[in-house]
Ligand binder design. Structure first.
Ligand code: ADP
Ligand code: MG
Length: 318
């Protein structure tokens, strides 16, 4: 069995009356890119801060590398790279000096450090900006610097808290590819985001958080197989009568039909032959239709079915 890098059991964190983490359980194994997916306010950052022993919690336990995490667990902390949600770099240091500073907290040997700093610059694509001060950098480059500072010392566990919020698409892709490369090179990654597409793209396992609870976890395939919806079919069809909608609802595997502005949205359980049945119905009744397309469930559908809420409604940047 793979080694557990982080184990969280029954973690409770309150801010006065608000329960930010409500008996959270998570186990993250060596070699994973583990995604914490949840809307703003679901407790992602609070969970990260508890893992890092930056916050006191009310109940439960957090183990990192098999040991209870304490504020002075320097041995463990040395092996962890952190990229916090809010960019934290020194304004009075250049790009290169910032990376060197953070790397220097863990790596004393000068030659090694020089090499590591160079690798982090290259990794983040900051070669042309090494002499720049942070305030001259665009949002995306600043994020990349923030990441370079967090990972230069080659930690075994890398925790990134929403590293792609408000960055341009080019930096975003670069960041996502970078995370995958760090993982291939041996690091375990914890990645938080409220963007389901990103989590789906890079994470080997995902925990979905809502109001401080883990409402579901597993691989994306496992998560999608937990829900009723197997396929969503969209169809342009003008002027359907209510009895026809009712008949469509009676077709095999169909459990929900929405019809708005000439657009049919048909939710089916199971993922096979649904389109065939629907097209057969339209053919046999000689009803005309326009564009048709089918979608497999997304992580948003998982979130929607489990919590009754749309992840995207809650995902506005703070
Ligand atoms: P996320 O990172 O998923 O957006 P957070 O962990 O930041 O969520 O927040 C979880 C909940 O705790 C939210 O309701 C937030 O308002 C609240 N919260 C976070 N930090 C504090 C704090 N320092 N004081 C009071 N409430 C807080
Ligand atoms: Mg957060």
């Amino acid at each position: 069995m793979a080694k557990k890098v982080v184990e969280i059991e029954n973690l409770v964190k309150r801010y006065k009356d608000l329960i930010a983490l409500d008996h959270l359980n998570l186990a993250i194994e060596e070699g994973e890119v583990f995604g914490l997916l949840g809307p703003n306010g679901s407790g992602k950052t609070t969970a990260i801060n508890c893992i890092l022993a930056l916050l006191h919690f009310d109940k439960g336990s957090v183990k990192v590398f098999g040991e209870e995490m304490q504020p002075d667990s320097y041995g463990s902390k040395r092996q962890i790279g952190v990229v916090l949600q809010n960019v934290a770099v020194f304004e009075e240091l250049t790009v290169q000096e910032n990376i060197d500073y953070f790397c220097g907290l863990y790596v004393q040997e000068k030659q090694v450090r020089k090499q590591y700093v160079e690798e982090a610059i290259e990794f983040s694509g900051l070669e042309n900006f090494r002499k720049f001060y942070p305030k001259k950098l665009s949002g995306g480059l600043l994020r990349r610097l923030n990441i370079a500072c967090g990972i230069a010392h080659k930690p075994k566990l890398i925790i990134m808290d929403e590293p792609t919020v408000a960055v341009d698409p080019q930096s975003r892709n670069r960041i996502l590819e970078g995370i995958q490369k760090l993982n291939r090179d041996g690091a375990t990654i914890i990645y938080t985001s409220h963007y389901m597409e990103e989590v789906e793209q890079i994470c080997s396992r995902i925990a979905i958080l809502d109001k401080g609870r883990c409402v579901a976890s597993g691989t994306k395939e496992e998560l999608k197989s937990m829900i009723k919806m197997g396929e969503k079919i969209h169809m342009e069809a003008e002027g359907l009568a209510p009895y026809q909608i009712a008949e469509i609802k009676e077709l095999r595997h169909v459990y929900q039909v929405d019809y708005r502005d000439g657009m049919l949205e048909i939710r089916c359980s199971g993922g096979k032959h649904n389109l065939v049945h629907i097209l057969e119905y339209f053919g046999s009744r000689e009803i005309g239709f326009g564009r048709v397309y089918s979608e497999l469930p997304t992580l948003n559908d998982v979130f929607l079915e489990i919590t009754g809420k749309d992840l995207r409604d809650h995902a506005e940047v703070k």
